[in-house]
Write a protein of this length. Structure first.
Length: 431
């Protein structure tokens, strides 16, 4: 029955290109009187210069400053006074902006997003204002957050050549050193219609929507084609050992991280399943064994950090009592070796498939979720219809594949072991 449920969720969409190269995806969902206007740009932290990190994320803030026709400070007022909400987010691979309006404000949403692209005002006052905002965000989310530097430390040690080696939020001194012209050049290079996808989803009249899109986005000139460098990392063949002292923590954590292939590959999907089997929730193999049964750790978990070019499978644990980081890694390795040498049970495989079916339904349960998925599948995967077909890939994964992929990627000589520990003075003070 689960399969039937997921099947019923098939997402209908229409896609086409404007003459300036902007890709458009429309999804008509009359079930609720709302509409999402969203634009995803193919620019993220990996497109930055090594001495100018943080630019992509900075733009996520900067492009709310105003346009030639939307005065500084007016953007959010216009949205809220029309019953809407809006937001944006940045990853290493892309930047995403969206508004959610009552469906009778669709034209307003399209006009605002076209203004952001066509007439942004990038001046010194905006740059200075957002510089302070980003610094505050970094203080709150990274510098003063317990374990806030964990991902940054993992990336720094796992990537040597690829721009994934730096953080999305970037280094503040890079932003401080940047001149206004550099921000303007970044905007000109990456914020062009041919480097973006516009998704309109919700209750809409398709013919009218197309006419408005042509009216507002059609006149925007095509940008120069972007030449992207391809960075290939050498395979990890020796264990990488690292240590980081965090002044915001009192309990140590050990991290094991494996470099994995692009999220576009079948292998990455099998690794998603492996990750879920080993470490997703309290019924997972690692949690049950290490936290519940043996009481060796306060916490154990993992996440699959999937990205456009590479991914990482990151396991972490907090040793408890007399147990050490080495003890936890030994227990984790035992479970991985079982995966590499024995087939998981048919019952466990079915449970995993049910979970992925359920996730698939939930991911497309809201029109906001559908809009972002449509944009991502087009821009990062190159196939919008994966919104309907990717689930079939997960359903077709076999027990043998799970064993073979665990054997291929999850070996002790292919990983980083990071000891993430309290800063010494902090540890002394807490004794």
């Amino acid at each position: 029955m689960i399969g039937g449920t997921a099947q019923a969720q098939k997402v209908a969409f229409e896609e086409y290109d404007l003459a300036n190269g902007m890709h458009v995806i429309l999804h008509n969902d009359p079930s609720a009187p709302v509409v999402i206007t969203s634009v995803m740009y193919h620019v993220g932290a990996k497109d930055e210069n090594p001495d100018r990190t943080g630019f992509a994320h900075f733009f996520e803030h900067l492009l709310f400053e105003g346009t030639q026709n939307i005065k500084r400070g007016e953007w959010f007022k216009i949205v809220t006074s029309n019953g809407g909400t809006n937001n944006a987010n940045t990853t290493d691979d892309r930047t995403y902006y969206f508004e959610v309006f009552p469906s009778n404000s669709l034209e307003l949403g399209l006009w605002m997003e076209s203004e952001r692209l066509m007439h942004p005002v990038i001046n010194q006052i905006g740059v200075d204002t957002q510089n302070e905002v980003v610094k505050e965000e970094k203080r709150l989310r990274v510098d003063n957050q317990p374990y806030g530097n964990l991902i940054a430390q993992v990336k720094r040690n796992m990537f040597v050549k690829h721009p994934y080696r730096w953080t999305t939020i970037g280094e503040m001194e890079h932003l401080d050193a940047a001149k206004l012209e550099e921000f303007q050049a970044f905007n000109k290079k990456f914020y062009s219609p041919n480097n973006a996808v516009l998704v309109v989803a919700g209750q809409l009249d398709v013919a009218q929507t197309k006419a408005w899109i042509e009216k507002y986005f059609g006149p925007i000139p095509r940008g120069q084609e972007i030449k992207r460098e391809k960075y290939v990392e050498d395979a990890i063949t020796q264990p990488i050992k690292a240590r980081y002292e965090d002044p915001n923590i009192q309990k140590e954590m050990v991290v094991a991280s494996y470099r994995t292939p692009s999220m576009k590959t079948r292998d990455a999907r099998v690794l998603d399943m492996i990750s879920s089997y080993l470490s997703d929730g309290k019924s997972s193999k690692l949690y049950k064994k290490i936290v519940d049964d043996k009481k060796m750790a306060l916490q154990i978990g993992a996440f699959n950090y999937s990205q456009e070019d590479y991914g990482m499978y990151i396991l972490y644990g907090m040793p408890q009592g007399e147990n050490t980081s080495t003890d936890l890694i030994r227990e984790i390795d035992e479970e991985i070796v079982k995966l590499q040498t024995e087939l998981i049970s048919e019952n466990d495989l079915q449970k995993l498939k049910n979970k992925f079916d359920n996730d698939y339904v939930n991911n497309n349960a809201s029109v906001e979720g559908v809009a972002e998925n449509l944009a991502s599948y087009y821009l990062l995967y190159g196939d919008v219809n994966l919104i309907n077909t990717e689930i079939e890939m997960y359903r077709s994964i076999t027990r043998e594949e799970i064993r073979d992929i665990a054997k291929k990627y999850l070996n002790p000589n292919q990983r980083l072991i990071l000891d993430y520990v309290p800063a010494k003075d902090k540890a002394e003070a807490n004794k």
